[in-house]
Each structure stands twice: as C-alpha cells, then as structure tokens.
Design a protein around this ligand. Structure first.
Ligand SMILES: Nc1nc2c(ncn2[C@@H]2O[C@H](COP(=O)(O)OP(=O)(O)OP(=O)(O)O)[C@@H](O)[C@H]2O)c(=O)[nH]1
Ligand SMILES: [Mg+2]
Length: 592
C-alpha cells in the first residue's frame, strides 16, 4: 500500500447460495473465525477483508517462489440471501474477480445461477470453489493439504464420488454456457473456468484456490488494476448502516485513488446527489472483519483498494450501490458525473412497461437487464421500499400485463401492504422476491396466464361456424317464431346467431335452443335439437331438409382464420371453408 502507483489490490467477491460456505471459506483464508460470532452463522452484513500477499504466499506453499506483483487480495463476503448486486462500479463490476462457492454435495441452487448470470453480465473472471469436500462420504481429511495430494490418498470409491460430483458441476455449468474443468485439467484459463475442490473446515484445497486466484489476477489484470494514489478517491457504497455512537455510516469499497478525513465527498441519495465532509474513516485492520464494530481502527486516509467505513454528517438516505467520489476542484462536475451515472439506469426505461423497485442500484440494473433480455418493458425503476404512492402510480398503467410492480429485496411499507390486500385494488399485481430470475419467471408465468385467459375470453365471443340440417317432419311451428328440429352436421351451434342458406339468403335469428325440453345455449356436431328462429317462416326462408349455416360476421372471420383455425376440428374447418367460399364469390377480399 505504500507504493505511489502500480497494481492495486484486486477486489474479489465471494458469491454463492445461502449456507454454501462463503464466510467459512473466507475465515479459513484469513485464519480468524467470524462464523462462530455471527447470529445463526448467517452473515448479516457485507464485510471486506484484505489479505496481504505475504499471508497468501504462506498459505499457498508452492507459490512462495512465484513473482507476484499484486499487493494482496481484498475479499468481499456477500450473504447468500443478499443480492450481491451492490457490487457494481462505474461502467461495470466492482469486483475484479470472484469466487463462486458451490457446496459440492448440494450442487446448483437458485443463488448459484443468479451469481453466474451476474458474473457473465459483467464478464468478471472467477473461480469455482467446490466446498465441503470433507463431507463427501468416506473422505479422510488431511488438514491443510493441497487438494491434489489429499485426493491422491483417498480410496478409489471416494475418488470416484468426487469425480462424479465434479462432473455434475461441469455439466450444469456447460448448460448455461461455461466450459469448466477441475483446475489441474485446465490448460487455457482464459477459456476454461477452473473448479477447485476445497474444504473450509480442513483447509484442503485452499492453497490451490489461492494460487488460481493469484494466477488470474496476475495474468489478466495488470492493465486494469493500475491505479494512482494521487487521484481523488472513487468507490462504491456497499451498505448504509447505522452504528452506535456514529449514526448513519457508509461501508465503502474504494477502488481507485485516495480518500482522507476532511475530504468533501459526493454520493447519491434517494432524492438526488449530496455532498458532505468526511468526519472519520474506520478501517478494518488486515486479517480482521469490517463487521466487528469495536475493532475499527481510525485512519487519516486510505488508498485503493480498501474496504472502509465512512462516518460523516448528512448520510441518511444514501443509496446502496451509489458511486462515491472525492471532490477535488469543481464540486458540480463531480456531482454531475454521479447524477449521470444514476440516470444511466433509467436509459432503458421504455414508454410502456411495469414498475420495479429494489434495494440497490446494482439490483435495479440487474433486474432491468434480465427484463430487457425477455422483452419486458420497464416504465419506472427506483431504489427504495414499496410505498402507497408507487402503487397508485402502477394503477394508472393501462396495459393490464404491465399493471405490475416487481419488488426485489426491498420491503413493502405497511400502508402499501394494506392497499395490496384491499380487494378494490385487485387489478394491480405486486411480486416480491430475492432471486432476480425467479422474480422475473414468476411475473412471466402470471402474465402468460393472464394473456391466455384474455384470449380465451375473446375467443368465446367469436361466432363459431356451424352447419345444420332441418330434419324431415321436424316442423313444430311455421312462424313467429318458426320452431324446427335440426341436426348439427358440424361445428358448434350457439344461440343468438343468424342463420343463412348456402346461397347467402337470410333465414332468421336463432333465438333459443332446446334439447329434451330443456333450454341449452350450445350444441355440438351430431346433436339433434329444436331451435326457434325469429323472422323466418317455414315454406319461405326455409324448408324441411335444408342445410343452413351460421352467418359469421366479417370481423370474426379474421380471428377464426388467422388465430383459431389450426385448433378447430377438421369438420369445423371445412364448414368455415364452405362458408367463406360462398361469401367470397361476389367479393374475393371478404373477411381478409
Ligand atoms: N463440513 C463442512 N462444513 C462447512 C464447510 N464450509 C462451511 N461449512 C458449514 O456450512 C454452514 C454454512 O457456512 P457459512 O460459511 O456460514 O455459509 P455462507 O455461505 O457464508 O452462508 P450465508 O452467509 O448465510 O449465505 C456452517 O454450518 C459451516 O460450518 C466445509 O468446508 N465443510
Ligand atoms: Mg456468510
């Protein structure tokens, strides 16, 4: 950290499904044990830890001779239930690299997939840590060993089990477009994703994991990781937290330049870009965790990359995921930059779409991307909880498919929750969830069902083709109305339709229909029913033995021919054909 410029500490995000062992893995790496101090072993906050290169060298054994330019690794732990979408920086990912933790015994889980999607979007290089290998049945642990040497000592059955599990992971990864291999079989790290089997409990595989990480950092990042201490600090707000004695503080990852006490900083709040003066900088000591509050070390300044807690007045309402930047020179130009950055997300806003709310800008962005990929419009995107005001806005959306609010990882305020329960607002839909793609899938399933129902309703109103024959000896009444017995030759006969002859002459209006003295509204092919026809007189408009057709309005023909035809029974299609042939004799474009 003493150098003026050069390669800065790479930022490594540790991602993965809930309980797959992210915190344990980090603990193992840093040699402390935060897991045991956490409530229910669930990480409550995003923490950051710098592991100096000397420590990594020691742990990775064989690497001791390797020339390593990076000063160390800065790890960001993200709780599995938390979207790591606040891990964004100007123009892309905040993390330079990532470790995707997958419990080898459980395999892929929802957040595993979400993490992969985000890593792909940001093109972040990463390594898969297949954790908890010590839980594989029959595994005999050798504390702290490299995976390969420990693996070679396992019996054949265990080896096979490990290989099978790894093979399954490789398969899953390939399904979503990643070509992966066990790390020692990877020949081209640029093309193939390395999987390192590890155990946080026994330390097996950790040396190799660190080696692969350092390798990645060295190989691909030398240019990107260049930095200068003279530049004003730039970072990302990971979390906005209230701390006893300090009030609202910001957990910041500084990824470029220097940040000092007394600096004026600019950052985004819900109601616009704000400015304040840094009162204190609280730094986690190397090998310590940012979330252990009473171990904060007050420092005068920090240099990228670093996880730092910023204490300053006027921080309430800061948006997690917001850029944070030291103002040097004209404050307006810095603020304008942040304003632009915040507006960038809104660029994708379409004139027609649904509303989304999320806890961080990164999450909004990720959700927007996912929706965009599925051709779903977004009309409004905001960070913050769901309020009554939001719902009132959603209500005004005309298209029922878009009269929807998607709430990602953000609370629904009580008055909004009440409004959702109110049956008066049932035509408005709110979905909330913690996994982006699941939230989107939930919406799509609902929307498709809505469309299907709407379509069904529309089809039900369409006058269906039908052909009937007036039965011999089937005249019950001559006129006012005429009542005759008919057989449905094909199609679907419904009441309230007009009947015509095959030459186009009008017969009358089919008012009602009876089967065994009971009124019915619909009869299918083969049925024999009595119908009453208004405006018809037997002997004039119709006779015994006549074939009659249901007269289909011209605009219904379009729907029938273009949307419904292929789903109609063959005989109904034929009747439709006979009917349109008759109509199109005088006018070839009828119903087209
Ligand atoms: N046997 C074994 N258990 C492990 C290993 N790693 C983690 N565990 C256990 O798995 C559980 C979850 O581990 P954590 O490290 O808290 O998992 P996490 O991914 O940080 O979980 P969240 O932060 O809640 O998402 C704990 O009970 C750990 O002791 C491992 O390598 N071997
Ligand atoms: Mg954790």
């Amino acid at each position: 950290m003493s150098q003026k410029s050069g390669i800065r500490t790479p930022i490594v995000a540790v991602l993965g499904h809930v309980d797959h062992g992210k915190t344990s893995l980090l603990d193992r790496i840093r040699g402390s044990s935060v897991v045991s101090t956490e409530d229910g072993a669930i990480t409550q906050h995003i923490g950051a830890t710098v592991v100096p290169i000397e420590a990594i060298r020691k742990m990775s054994g064989s690497m001791e001779k390797m020339a390593v330019k990076v000063p160390g690794l800065l790890f960001i732990d993200t709780p599995g239930h938390h979207a790591f979408t606040s891990l964004r920086a100007r123009g892309g990912a905040l993390a330079d690299m990532a470790i995707l933790v997958i419990d080898i015994n459980q395999g892929f889980q929802p957040q595993t997939i979400e993490a992969l999607q985000i890593l792909r979007t940001y093109r972040t290089p990463f390594v898969v840590a297949a954790t908890k290998i010590d839980r594989i049945h029959g595994w005999r642990p050798v504390q702290g060993e490299p995976f390969l040497s420990s693996f070679s000592r396992q019996n054949d059955r265990v080896k096979e089990l490990v290989e099978t599990r790894l093979y399954e992971l490789v398969g899953k990864l390939s399904e979503i477009g990643f070509s992966a291999e066990r790390f020692d079989r990877v020949s081209d790290f640029q093309r193939n994703l390395a999987i390192v089997p590890v155990s946080a409990h026994t330390g097996e595989g950790i040396p190799e994991l660190l080696m692969v990480m350092i390798g990645l950092a060295q190989r691909y990042m030398e240019q990107e990781l260049g930095f200068s201490v003279d530049r004003p600090g730039i970072g990302t707000v990971l979390e906005v937290k209230e701390e006893r004695g300090l009030g609202i503080t910001l957990d910041v990852i500084l990824y470029d330049g220097t940040l000092s006490v007394g600096d004026e900083i600019a950052f985004a709040k819900i109601n616009g870009v704000a400015q304040t003066k840094v009162r204190a900088l609280l730094k986690p000591r190397p090998m310590k965790e940012i979330l252990i509050e009473d171990r904060f070390e007050r420092v005068k300044c920090v240099t990228a990359a670093a996880g730092i807690k910023v204490s300053a007045p006027n921080l309430e309402g800061t948006i997690a995921g917001s850029p944070i930047q030291v103002i040097s020179g004209d404050p307006e130009s810095v603020k304008e930059l942040i304003r632009k950055e915040m507006e960038e997300i809104k660029v994708k806003i379409s004139p027609e779409g649904l509303m989304i709310k999320a806890d961080t800008i990164g999450a909004l962005e990720a959700l927007c991307n996912e929706l965009e990929a599925k051709d779903i419009g977004v009309m409004s995107a905001e960070v913050g909880p769901v309020s009554r005001h939001d719902l009132i806005q959603v209500e005004t959306i005309k298209n029922p498919c878009y009269r929807v609010l998607l709430a990602f990882n953000t609370p629904i305020l009580p008055d909004a929750a009440e409004m959702i329960k109110d049956p008066g607002f049932s035509h408005l839909k709110v979905f909330d969830g913690r996994v982006i793609y699941q939230l989107v899938d939930l919406y799509i399933a609902w929307r498709d069902e809505l469309k299907r129902k709407a379509e069904q309703q529309r089809f039900e109103q369409i006058v269906m083709p039908a052909k009937i024959r007036v039965l011999p000896h089937g005249i019950f009444r001559q006129s006012n109305p005429a009542v005759v017995g008919v057989r449905v030759l094909g199609g679907t006969l419904r009441t309230d339709v007009n009947l015509i002859q095959i030459d186009g002459r009008k017969v009358g209006h089919l008012k009602s229909m009876q089967l065994n003295q009971e009124n019915i509204r619909e009869a299918q092919a083969g049925a024999e029913v009595a119908i009453s026809i208004e405006g018809a007189t037997v002997g004039r408009q119709l006779n015994e033995g006549d074939n009659l057709y249901v007269d289909i309005p011209e605009r219904h023909i379009k729907v029938l021919e273009q949307e419904m035809q292929k789903n109609l029974p063959i005989i109904t299609q034929e009747i439709l054909g006979e009917f349109t042939d008759m109509k199109r004799k005088p006018d070839p474009f009828w119903g087209k």
